[in-house]
Ligand binder design. Sequence first.
Ligand SMILES: Cc1ncc(COP(=O)(O)OP(=O)(O)O)c(N)n1
Ligand SMILES: Cc1ncsc1CCOP(=O)(O)O
Length: 511
Amino acid sequence: MVAHSNIDYSLYLVTSRDTGILSPSNDYFHILEQALIGGVTIVQIREKDADTGEFIEVARKSKEICDRYKVPILINDRIDIALAIGAHGVHVGQKDMPVTTARRLLPKNSIVGIGSVWGTRTKKLTNPIVGVRGVGSILRILDGTDIKAVAIGGVKRANLLRTLHGAVSPTNHPLDGVAIVSDIMGAEDPRARCEALSTTLREFRDAFSSSSTSAFRPSTLTDNWSTDSIKHGVGELMQVLRASNPLVHQITNSVVTTQSANITLAVGGSPIMATTPEEMEDLAKYPGALLINIGTLTTENLDGMFKAGFFANVNKKPLVCDPVGVGATQFRKGTVSELLSTWQASVIKGNAGELAALAGSSEVDAKGVDSAGSFEDPIKFVKNLARRERCVIVLTGVTDYVSDGDRVVLLKNGHEMLGRITGSGCMLGSCIASFCGAAASVGEDLAVGRLVRGDMFLGAIAGILVLTIASERAVARNDVKGPGTFLPALIDEAAALKPEDIIDAAKIELA
Ligand SMILES: Cc1ncc(COP(=O)(O)OP(=O)(O)O)c(N)n1
Ligand SMILES: Cc1ncsc1CCOP(=O)(O)O
């Protein structure tokens, strides 16, 4: 903690001279200088093993370098050394002090380090990992104070955007910065690493300040928000999907795998149903989207789900999460909570029971994978959940509700026959992922500072309209006699659907 005003905490380097961390080709003082040139905004000298004489020497020389770049320097733990070298402040640990107490006691302009946000090898941790959502809860407590906050522990280039994005509190309170040891001190080229980190920090800050409540706010619909603009937007996205044929990577359940792959092909996507963790990094590099469906969750396919989502975020790919039956067991609840803390979903889709369980609401019960009941105010519910999860929420039912946290769209197409076959909800997840993949292929302008390319709101709406309108057309066919003949007809109708069919048949209301 330090009491100083006007300090830029955004890229906070905590040093280490541990040879297990420093890259062998670099010397400590060279790394420090390169990091400062690369954009570090504040430095903390952290020496856990040095004796006082050595600590003073390192701190004095480090301060000379920091002074050249006009970057403030803090000393970890040792007020005497901070005073001896004329440092700007001192970082002192307040082990386990509750944030509410810290909020009362800390002097004006103090800073708290919140961590460890991810796993780290740099420090032996005595407390559980906080996670990005935990950081958000702490930031909420700091609302209305002058206290600055940085996240520390396992923050690196690959997860920086995820960290910044996920840590924003439900009250829209962002981090003031990130504190990093090994990703800078251990980099082969610390200057380039800091430049890259600074760029991400700046882009996030710009995207954050230009969006209201949701970082996924759909720019294509922002100025021209009407049922007609949605219908035409969906029609265009159908053409984009068929032309771009994005890879739709699906980790889904064993009940629906074939029909999910077939509906993906029908709407214009290219399905791949890969579950092995070793494949996830490579698959995430292809343009397209990822669907994670927990319908037949096993401990074996979990590792793949964690990795696939992580790499989807790294590559700014759409990630659709279908938390099938999340309310049914504690295992599913705990797993989904961990998955959503590890990666950021672009769209979460579920029925009332599933989304109630996810939101911690007792308003609607879950009955296995089905739900028993509905929300009194579904519009308010989806809006709030979209704000909390910082993604698009799709609440399925007779009316489907879609929200990005700012707006809510009601979609009233579909047929009860969808409820008489297994896996129609899972097929909907595949359709949404396919259309989000298409949206990503034309959404480069929406990518800067955000965790995903493209208009996820429109992608979700398109996936719903295509499947539900195809269901109405399938039921109207003479050869459809019941659920058995309905499923192939549904796939045929989805493949044959044209943009003008959407324009004619879509039943859309804006809330
Ligand atoms: C910015 C920042 N945040 C947290 C820490 C950790 O402090 P502390 O708990 O006092 O542990 P040590 O660093 O002393 O091991 C930090 N150093 N910097
Ligand atoms: C000092 C400290 N306090 C909490 S985690 C941590 C270490 C962070 O190191 P890294 O950035 O290498 O994970």
